[in-house]
Write a protein that binds this ligand. Structure first.
Ligand code: UT7
Length: 371
């Protein structure tokens, strides 16, 4: 290891169209009270654009905050489980958009742990001297794979993107420790077969072949134990104790999961960044979006010790311990934005409702709720 990788720029993209709990009450048999009680979620965003469009907004903000031009980058990594196409990778599509002509690019898919795995990959490449300045983006358009007739999953997820710039740092700053793990056997608890080659090669898409299999309670238990153990390991590797942590930025899967993890760790809940109420679970995008909000809200002090921790499909888990640098203000700002959207949230969800409708005995006429 030659140099630690520190975060020098940060950004996020929140697509404009909101899906509130009240909207969901019109789609499925649920209630605002149930969703808030069981998950902490009040609303989430549904994207009218593709993953790379959101990634570009977050990336341009992160570059501006770091005071860098796209040509200064020599690595672009995109963590996503919802790429718009399989090849080229989202990272290469983004590299072209940005004009980051000096950068290598690849994607990471570790589901909701994708951000931590991506941080590990980029930081380790910087530490090994294989990369200098890296752009890491977490971006997801999860609504594309969710069945908006299924109340057990459709209330949980949202779309968005977050990004950071990582650069070689002084010895005592940057990524101090990494813990990654996986348990493929337990991976059967969360399966999203869509976008894979499994099945027959036909023009017709069958909703049964694309259905998201999700065992919420089993995942909940594995998540709490897995994240607690992973945070303890990463702190040990970094020579730190739970009381040294200034801010935990967890994957925003469920507020109850986060509360249980920090309680077990003995970390003051006031030191935990939560934005699940407005963003829901955005998989690989959730930690960088929460980190961006934490910096914007002044919750990251110079030299702060930050722990990022996540758990997700695979199953996978991981944590990083990071010491923030002296600068908590962005060096510059980007005005780059998504194009506006003139559709309602129900129109954006129409495709999902029409596609999965037959599995629930519904027709296209039922797809959009009446006014
Ligand atoms: O990022 C990694 C991936 N995701 C996760 O980590 C999520 C992990 N799991 C969870 O967050 C929770 O397990 C859920 C939020 C998914 C579910 O909460 P729960 O407290 O485990 O509820 P449950 O699955 O035990 O369901 C309790 C009841 C059931 O009714 P019955 O059988 O008791 O009559 C469900 O049918 O709640 C019902 N239910 C709902 N009711 C209203 C399930 N979804 C809903 C809903 N609205 N949206």
């Amino acid at each position: 290891m030659t140099a630690r990788a520190a975060i020098t720029g940060w950004g996020k993209c929140t697509p404009p169209v909101k899906l509130t709990n009240a909207d969901l009450e019109r789609l499925v048999d649920t209630s605002d009270e149930w969703i808030i009680d069981r998950t902490g979620i009040r609303e989430r965003r549904v994207s009218h654009v593709e993953v790379v469009d959101m990634a570009e907004v977050a990336a341009r903000q992160a570059l501006a905050a770091a005071g860098l031009a796209p040509t200064d980058l020599d690595l672009v990594v995109v963590s996503t489980m919802s790429p718009e196409i399989v090849c080229p990778s989202s990272a290469c599509l983004l590299q072209e958009r940005l004009g980051a002509v000096n950068a290598a690019g690849f994607d990471v898919n570790a589901a909701c742990s994708g951000w931590v795995y991506g941080t590990a990959a980029a930081a380790s490449m910087i530490a090994a001297g294989a990369a200098g300045r890296a752009l890491l983006v977490g971006a997801e358009k999860l609504h594309w794979m969710i069945d908006y007739w299924d109340r057990s999953t459709c209330v949980l997820f949202g779309d968005g993107a977050g990004a950071v710039v990582l650069e070689p740092a002084a010895d005592d700053e940057g990524v101090l420790g990494i813990d990654l793990g996986a348990d493929g056997k337990a991976g059967r608890t969360m399966v999203i077969p869509t976008m894979g080659t499994r099945g027959s090669l036909t023009a017709e898409r069958n909703p049964y072949d694309h259905y998201f299999h999700f065992e919420g309670q089993a995942v909940f238990k594995i998540a709490v134990k897995g994240m607690e153990a992973s945070v303890l390991r990463v702190l040990d590797r970094a020579g730190l104790a739970p009381e040294d942590v200034d801010l935990v930025v967890p994957h925003q899967a469920n507020k109850r999961i986060v509360d249980a993890v920090v309680k077990r760790l003995g970390i003051d809940p006031g030191r935990v960044m939560i934005n699940i109420d407005t963003h829901a679970n955005t998989a690989a995008a959730s930690i960088p979006m929460a980190l961006n909000d934490a910096v914007d809200q002044g919750r990251v002090a110079p030299g702060a010790v930050i722990v990022q921790t996540a758990f997700g499909g695979g199953v996978t888990w991981g944590s990083t311990a990071i010491r923030w640098g002296e600068r908590t203000e962005p060096l510059g700002h980007s005005d780059f934005e998504l194009p506006p959207c003139d559709k309602s949230v129900f129109e954006l969800l129409r495709a999902s409702r029409e596609f999965f409708g037959p599995m629930h005995g519904k027709t296209n006429a039922d797809a959009v709720p009446p006014e």
